[in-house]
Design a binder for this molecule. Sequence first.
Ligand code: UD1
Length: 421
Amino acid sequence: MLHYLSIKGKQKLKGSVCISGAKNAALPLLAATLLSKNEITLSNIPEVVDVKTLLKLLENLGAKTNLEKNIVTINTVPVKSACANYDIVRKMRASILTLGPLLARFGHCEVSMPGGCAIGQRPIDLHLKALEQMGATIELKQGYVVAKAPDGLKGTTIIFDKVTVTGSENILMAAALAHGVTKLVNVAKEPEVVQLCEFLKEAGVSIDGIGTSNLTIVGSYGELLDLKDIKVIPDRIEAGTYLCAGAITNSKITIVNVIPKHIESITLKLKQMGFNFNINENSITLLPALEIKPSDIETSEYPGFPTDVQAQFMALCTQANGTSIIDEKLFENRFMHVSEMTRMGANIKLKGHSATVEGNMDLIGADVMATDLRASSALVLAALVAKGTTRIHRIYHLDRGYENLEGKFSALGANIERLEE
Ligand code: UD1
C-alpha cells in the first residue's frame, strides 16, 4: 500500500522528541553479528525499513532473528549460505556490509551489487580493492561480487584513497577475522565506525587508534568472535533533522537521547544562524532566533558538516534573512530535493556541486515527490513553514530511515497525517 504525507504548514512546534537509535550504526553492527559465535542482543535498534531489510537478508542467509520493541536478538551460528541475493540487496545499498564478514567467515561469498538511494554513482571499488589487498580474488559476475579467499584473508596495510564510511566498516569486520595484523589508513571517523570498533574490541579483538583515521587490528585467524550485547548510539542525523525542524519553524523544542558531541557541527552552524541552545548530557533544547541569519555550508566527513543533513539545512536556508551557499562535497547528485523545493516557491540556483539558496521565501504547499531518504525529510521541513497543505508522495524513502516520523512530529504539534494514495 502506497502512502503519502499530508502536512498543513505554518504551525509552531513545541515540546520534546526522543531520538531513535542510529540506523547507520545499527546496520554495521547487525552485519558484524555474522562474525559471532553466540546469540546476541542489540538494543535501541530503530525500527525502520533499512534495518528490517538487513534482518531479512541475514535470515535469508540462515540467521535466526527476533525484533521486538527496538531490541533484536540474533543468532548467526546457523548461517550456511554465503550468497546475499539481488532481491534483498537491491533494496538497500548498506547490504554491501555483509561482504566483508561473509568473506572473512566462509572464505568465499557472493553479494549482489547494491541498490539504495540514487544520490550519485556510489561505487564500491574501495571496498573491493581493500579485500583484494588482503588476498581475496574478486570477480563481478552477472551483477554479483564473487569473492574468494580459501586460505583466509591476510592482514596487510591498506590506505583508503577516499574516506568511505561503509568501506571502512566492511574492511574493519574483515580484518577482525583475518590472519595477522591489518593497518588501515585514512579510515572514516564517524561515530558509527567508532561504535563498530568498540563492538569488536569488546569481543576481544585488539584495535588501536579507535576514533582516529589510523587503525591497527589484530585478526583472530578465522576464529569466530565472542560478541557482547550492545546498545546502539542515538541517530545524529535524525537529531539534526529535528533541530532543523525546530529552527525552520523558529520554535523552542528539546531533543532527548542524543550525544551532543556527535552533532556539534550542526549546533555550531545553527548558532551562527542565530539560534541558542541549552545543552545537557543527553538532551538539547533549541531556542528560537531573533533573526535567522544566512549561512554557508560545506559538507564533509565527520567531524565536519554531514552530507545527510545538507538537504534539511537547505530547507532552513530558504527562511534565512539573506543568501546562503551550500557546497555538497561528497555526492555529485545530492540535490534532487531542489526541484521539489522550487515547486514550493524556493529560489535555489544550482551550479555543479554548489547551490545558492535565496532566503525570505514564502513557501507554498504543493504536491511533491520524495526522491531519496534525506531529501524527503527536507520536504517535510519545507512543508512545516509552507502556506497551505503539502502532500509528499513516495514516502517509502522516509520509512527507510526515520522511525515513526509522523508520530514524532504530531507530538511536537505539527499538523501531519499519513494517508493512502
Ligand atoms: C555512508 C552512510 C550515508 C552517508 C555517507 C557519507 C551508511 C549506511 N550510509 O554511506 O548515509 O551519506 O556515508 O557520510 O552508513 N566512494 C568511492 N568508492 C567506494 C566507496 C565510496 O568512490 O568504494 C565515494 C562515494 O562515491 C562518495 C564518498 O566516497 O563520494 C563517500 O562515500 P561513503 O562514505 O562510502 O558513503 P556510504 O558508506 O555509502
